[in-house]
Design a binder for this molecule. Structure first.
Ligand code: 6GU
Length: 226
């Protein structure tokens, strides 16, 4: 899968993409992540990417041309399944969204800044708008890093243990069961006996029960059908 990220702060991705699973998935060739500086596609000599809003008001608006020049440049070489704008007024990003996006071949993630982007880009170019939660970030970069991480880890071959993405919280509509490791008794804090029993069926039942209990207690809304 190929992910093209359009941003005015490409350096913000260096940390999140240089470690752990995202790094490994790129190294192994499961994912290609390309960062593009929107400023490189500005048309004036000041490399301007934002301007004052028509009608007045606070904040700047990202201009059509630099963003569209970058997207059109990419579209000459690739066909995109989705052109996604990260924005707090987008649709809520869910595990089901990550699952769907992980089946795609090429996607673009556009990170907004300032007051937002010119509405005409949203009308004519963007195919999907995503928010990662009901709070405001300074820009779309951290959201794009979150979305990228959640997609890439689902790509076939990325996780060592092939079953481990399937047992994630949310993947089966439940939160995860509690997990433990050595020592079995830490100064009187004991691991549940069942996990030391070696009885696979009973352990699986216990885990399901605990996952259900935890979901009812913490996220009862997850159990309602929609
Ligand atoms: Cl996608 N962008 C910004 N700027 N803030 C957010 C967000 C996105 N999702 C939640 N808050």
């Amino acid at each position: 899968m190929r992910i093209d990220i359009l941003t005015i702060f490409p350096e913000m991705f260096e940390g999140p993409f240089s470690h752990s699973i995202v790094k490994r998935s790129v190294e192994k060739g499961h994912a290609e992540i390309h960062l593009h500086n929107i400023r490189d596609y500005a048309t004036d000599k000041h490399r301007r990417v934002d301007d004052y809003p028509f009608g007045g008001g606070a904040g700047m608006v990202m201009m059509i041309e630099p963003v569209l020049n970058c997207i059109n440049h990419l579209k000459e070489k690739h066909t995109y399944d989705e052109i996604i704008f990260l924005t707090p007024d987008g649709q809520q990003f869910l595990q089901s969204t990550a699952n769907r996006l992980s089946t795609m071949k090429n996607i673009i993630l556009l990170c907004g800044h300032y007051k937002g982007i010119d509405e005409r880009l949203r009308e004519h170019v963007i195919t999907l708008e995503i928010s990662i939660g009901d709070y405001v970030l300074s820009g779309g970069e951290l959201a794009a890093a979150v979305v990228t991480d959640s997609i890439v880890r689902l790509l076939p071959g990325v996780l060592g243990d092939e079953t481990s993405a399937l047992s994630d919280s949310f993947q089966d509509g439940l939160l995860s069961a509690p997990v433990y490791t050595r020592p079995a008794d830490y100064k009187g804090w004991k691991v549940p006996d069942i996990l030391l029993s070696g009885h696979d069926r009973k352990i699986a039942e216990w885990r399901h029960e605990k996952a259900l209990e935890r979901t009812i207690k913490r996220r009862p809304g997850m159990l309602e059908d929609d």
